[in-house]
Write a protein that binds this ligand. Structure first.
Ligand SMILES: NC(=O)c1ccc[n+]([C@@H]2O[C@H](COP(=O)([O-])OP(=O)(O)OC[C@H]3O[C@@H](n4cnc5c(N)ncnc54)[C@H](O)[C@@H]3O)[C@@H](O)[C@H]2O)c1
Length: 710
């Protein structure tokens, strides 16, 4: 009947027809433009065949349809709201034409039916899914909302509250929830799916009850009670300044609640056009593309990597303990070595606490929790190091101590085992000079707290081999982390790009800014914490040590010629949260969490290093002065290939530092600002220094209208 690249129509018995999604030469089904065009052609063929009495929709893959083709979005969404609206309305009409075929339609859902895949299923009269299948709308995580009728059909099926909960959360829903919400009509095992769906179709053909269902779907939302969505609307409104899609979805549902389907669909398409054209959507889609690219790269590295099935962690402090736990939880047992029994005891106790939390929340059974605990073996000597594939050193931040420890470890491990240092600021190339096999050594920079932070920088020293870098990246992936391979330079990638932001903060304070105002402005701009608060959390003693090292590495762009607020506070033993006083004061909450309070004495102290007294800055000036130096440093890192691509730099800053996601990372932010604007702003704030190649480079990029991301 119809045979396309993604869709085939097959005649079954009893005048039934099966529409099968089966993308040729691909492992998954997705709704790209080609597939939707095929749906249109198939619908036309079906409409012309009066002998058909019922439709079964299936997938020949392990999943029904995983969603739209996100790689197509970038070009489409750059065309502007009106063009997107026209395009999406035309595509949405194809789903509607399919839905309006004069026969009952049953969709059989296996695996995932997400985004457009779920919308396809909603354009049928009945849905049946397997016990392990999931349905849902992840669109808000990309800065958009369902645009193929999801905001219209789901509330007419499940009620506005449930529909919006699903759309706003973006979470996939399991079979049980989908059945309870009336989003599907049955749940069966994978083996039963086809027969059960066919039986459902045959019964629909016989009863004719599907016609009544269609009438309900074609009408307004009934009953419509706006008060059911008040709380969802309030939560969406709170996030809307930077993430507008959820609130736009709420508005679509409420403004179309009293309309019949077709009028509602037109409004959905209009709002979709406006939402998809936002800078937030462009940034979040870019992050998705970055993520895919980085996964592909990790896959390529994995081809030469050695598998690490047993590891050792040396130094059981804050970082070492966290690394040992993270490795063990992911099924890679570790020897945890330290020179102090107390550190080993603390490391084990902390790991046990984390395991118990997971057991209490039902993520782990008690037995698996116990076996994870048992797979962290504390040791004061190097016992069993002869059987490990990787060692991570996390002892104190001192070059000589690290060199001695690493040289000792090297004599205890197999010749092909890799070693990594979790240093924050020391040179990997320099450290490797203490080793017999420097090619087997790299940096592996975790972020604190290790179990929660998703990024790991894999630092290549001059002599690090490809296999070593790939093996360490593979071990990081096995631990559930996102690895990024970076060059050995002061601060590596993330802390290097972060340092100009800290320097900018210190300059603003020196010029008279109120640090609390800077915090408020930057938090409103989208940072999880303002710079003063963040420095308190990092610790002003640790911070000043690390930042000083990084600043010394880049004297042109990062030097300061005045006494800065970090040194001032650290000299006064105001170390931040760790001793409850820094820029702020901290008191323990009832649950023992530190609560941030204003500290008037910090303001008085800082006034001493503000030669011009207190100066009020406009928020836009604070934002530019804080953000632009970071963008410039990220651009330098790209030119110097500290990481290979803009994608890796942007994603690393988001995962490692909490850079606001809605901006897509410093380089995407620059692209969206436009490089001409960037250069003129940098000139206004005297951030371009003609002695450095970055100035000419950025000016040339601006002149040629280039971008960092393609
Ligand atoms: N804390 C952070 O936020 C952070 C973040 C990234 C990287 N790092 C780096 O991680 C490393 C460890 O930092 P930390 O915060 O966990 O320090 P920590 O002081 O909490 O732990 C260091 C541990 O190393 C042990 N140790 C010292 N000498 C040793 C030796 N010769 N052999 C075995 N163990 C020895 C100590 O007993 C201690 O338990 C440092 O290089 C640090 O720069 C720290």
């Amino acid at each position: 009947m119809f045979k396309g690249q993604s869709i085939q129509l097959v005649r079954l018995h009893d005048s039934l027809v099966e529409l099968r999604f089966d993308r040729q030469q691909q492992s998954i089904n997705k709704l790209d433009t080609g597939t939707i065009m095929e749906l249109q052609a198939a619908t036309q063929a079906l409409r012309e065949d009066a002998s058909i009495r019922g439709m079964l929709v299936t997938s020949a893959k392990a999943s029904f349809i995983v969603g739209a083709d996100i790689f197509e979005f970038t070009t489409l969404f750059a065309k502007g709201a009106e063009e997107i609206e026209r395009f999406i309305a035309a595509q949405s009409a194809i789903f509607t034409a399919f839905e309006d075929l004069a026969v009952p339609i049953v969709t059989a859902i296996n695996g995932l039916a997400l985004g457009g895949g779920f919308e396809m299923a909603l354009a049928s009269d009945y849905r049946i899914m397997t016990t392990s299948a999931q349905v849902g709308f992840p669109e808000v995580s990309l800065g958009i909302f369902p645009g193929f009728g999801g905001c219209v059909r789901l509330p007419r099926l499940c009620g506005a509250k449930t529909a919006l909960e699903w759309i706003v959360s973006g979470k996939p829903q399991k079979a049980e929830a989908a059945l309870a919400a009336n989003a599907v009509d049955g749940v069966v095992s994978n083996e039963q799916l086809r027969d059960a769906a066919l039986a459902m179709l045959q019964s629909a053909v016989k009863s004719g009850e599907w016609r009544a269902r269609r009438e309900v779907r074609a009408g307004a939302i009934a009953p419509w009670d706006p008060s059911t969505i008040t709380a969802i609307e309030a939560a969406a409104a709170k996030a809307a300044a930077h993430y507008p899609a959820a609130l736009a979805a709420v508005a679509v549902v409420s403004s179309t609640a009293h309309l019949a389907r077709d009028a509602a669909l037109l409004l959905e398409a209009r709002s979709f056009g406006r939402t998809a054209a936002t800078a937030t959507a462009a940034a979040l889609i870019q992050l998705f593309i970055n993520d895919q690219m980085m996964k592909k790269k990790t896959g390529v590295q994995a081809r030469i990597a050695r598998k690490v099935s047993r590891a050792a962690i040396v130094g059981a402090g804050i970082m070492g303990g966290g690394i040992a736990y993270t490795s063990a939880v992911r099924g890679i047992p570790v020897q945890m070595q330290d020179i102090a029994q107390a550190a080993l005891d603390l490391g084990k106790t902390e790991a046990r606490k984390l395991i118990d939390k997971q057991v209490a929340s039902g993520q782990l059974t008690r037995e698996s929790g116990d076996s994870i605990d048992a797979s962290i073996t504390p040791t004061l000597d190097y016992s069993e190091f002869e059987s490990v594939g990787a060692v991570i050193e996390a002892v104190v931040e001192n070059m000589n101590v690290k060199k001695t420890v690493l040289a000792e470890i090297e004599t205890r491990i197999p010749a092909d085992a890799v070693m990594a240092s979790n240093t924050s600021s020391l040179s990997i190339t320099d450290m490797a000079t203490a080793l017999q096999r420097p090619e087997n050594f790299a940096g592996m920079h975790f972020f604190n707290p290790v179990p929660a932070m998703p990024l790991v920088e894999v630092i290549r020293g001059e002599k690090t081999s490809d296999i070593t870098a790939a093996t360490i990246a593979g071990y990081a992936t096995a631990m559930g982390k996102t690895p990024v391979v970076v060059k050995d330079c002061p601060g590596f990638l993330v802390n290097r790009v972060f340092t100009p932001y800290v320097v900018a903060f210190l300059k603003l304070v020196h010029d008279g800014a109120d640090f609390e105002q800077v915090d408020q402005v930057m938090e409103a701009f989208g940072w999880p914490m303002g710079p003063a608060y963040l420095l308190d959390v990092i610790g002003l003693d640790t911070g000043s040590h690390v930042f000083d090292i990084i600043m010394r590495g880049y004297p042109g762009r990062m030097s300061l010629d005045f006494k800065n607020a970090i040194h001032l506070l650290a000299d006064q033993e105001r170390f931040g949260q760790k001793n409850r006083v820094g820029f702020y004061r901290y008191e323990a909450s009832a649950k023992g969490r530190p609560v941030k309070l204003t500290a008037p004495d910090a303001h008085a102290l800082i006034a001493e290093i503000q030669p011009r007294g207190r100066v009020t800055f406009q928020p836009e000036v604070i934002i530019d002065r804080m953000m632009l130096p970071m963008i410039v440093e990220a651009a330098v890192c790209l030119i110097e290939r500290v990481a290979e691509t803009a994608a890796e730099i942007d994603t690393s800053l988001i995962l490692g530092l909490g850079f606001p996601r809605y901006l897509g990372g410093p380089l995407k932010y620059a692209d969206q600002m436009g490089l001409r604007v960037l250069v003129s702003k940098c000139e206004r704030y005297e951030l371009l220094n003609d002695a450095e190649p970055i100035s000419a480079h950025l000016r040339e990029m601006a002149r040629m209208d280039l971008r960092f991301h393609r």
